[in-house]
Design a protein around this ligand. Structure first.
Ligand code: AMP
Ligand code: FE
Ligand code: FE
Ligand code: ZN
Length: 285
């Protein structure tokens, strides 16, 4: 049994469409696949409709949150949520809040650029943003390429959109305690994604994982391409101490990252425990 519970499609920042993703799972010999796009469930229907025989589909999402870091500060974190009800009022309310907040943030960033005489019209840019999918700097980067401010999305991220630059504004992500409550209310299972992925930036102290476990976190991703061996061992200790599900996943992004589908996997016993929880959605296939 090969079980990969963390993958991205082109609905967020992966390169395979949801249908391509489930077909790739079949070709690669994956028995259970979760689709976990960033902050959206928009890929669920396409993945379900194209599901080949022999592959089981877990519908999920990877939520952008903010957490205490355990040192007196706050840092961004990702929370995987599985099998929750996407129509639950708390989930829908958060989607509306996030959509409005992200659009407003990008509009403010574009306004700062327009004030400095960059050839971008903030209102036109806002009107052209996709309605269904979370908007982010990639959309602004593409607009800047179209208006000839930069020659590529990469150049935009390295210059005008840089986090240290004068136009960067922070997103206001969901506090993780609220996210855990929301997932629980919507009868889903929440898992801390790549908690010790140090090469992405600062990470939490393990005391924070214990706090989150007390608040209802169900699991923690341990085998992940961005985790070093020592950190996996550390996480295994925390997981067994707190009874957290210990997951392993590839965090596949298609050609947008180097990791292959199924590069890291979850043990079948852990998967069985996960789906034995009371969840709003069932595993398909
Ligand atoms: P935001 O959430 O709006 O601050 O934008 C962050 C998003 O931009 C993340 O999802 C990244 O995947 C994406 N991103 C970061 N750097 C680049 C890059 N050089 N090219 C394309 N996308 C990027
Ligand atoms: Fe991603
Ligand atoms: Fe992530
Ligand atoms: Zn991911």
């Amino acid at each position: 049994m090969r079980i990969d519970l963390h993958t991205h499609s082109s609905v967020s920042d992966g390169s395979d469409s949801p249908a391509e993703l489930v077909h790739k799972a079949a070709e690669t010999g994956i028995d259970v696949l979760a689709i976990t796009d960033h902050d959206t469930t928009a890929g669920w229907a396409g993945a379900a409709a194209a599901l080949p025989g022999g592959v089981r589909l877990v519908r999920g999402a990877e939520l952008s949150c903010v957490t205490r870091d355990g040192r007196g500060g706050h840092i961004p974190m990702h929370l995987l949520a599985y099998l929750f009800d996407p129509q639950h009022p708390a989930v829908r309310a958060e989607q509306v809040r996030q959509r409005d907040e992200r659009r407003e943030r990008l509009h403010r960033m574009a306004t700062l650029m327009a004030r400095d005489d960059y050839p971008i019209n903030p209102d036109e840019f806002l009107a052209a943003l996709p309605d269904q999918l979370p908007a982010g700097r990639p959309h602004l980067a593409r607009a800047l390429v179209e208006h000839g401010v930069v020659t590529s999305v990469d150049e935009a991220f390295g210059s005008i959109l840089h986090t240290d630059g004068p136009y960067y504004l922070q997103r206001r992500d969901l506090p993780v305690f609220e996210a855990i409550d929301m997932v629980r209310a919507a009868r889903g299972v929440s898992v801390f994604a790549h908690p010790l992925a140090r090469r992405r930036g600062r990470v939490v102290e393990t005391s924070v994982i214990r706090e989150l476990a007390d608040a209802g976190l169900a699991g923690v991703e341990i085998d992940h391409p961005d985790h070093q061996a020592e950190d996996r061992a550390l996480l295994r200790d925390v997981a067994s101490e707190r009874g957290l599900l210990a997951l392993g996943s590839s965090d596949y992004h298609g050609t947008n990252k180097v990791t292959e589908l199924g590069a890291e996997t979850t043990h079948p016993d852990v998967f069985e425990e996960l789906i034995a929880r009371d969840t709003a959605m069932s595993v398909l296939g």
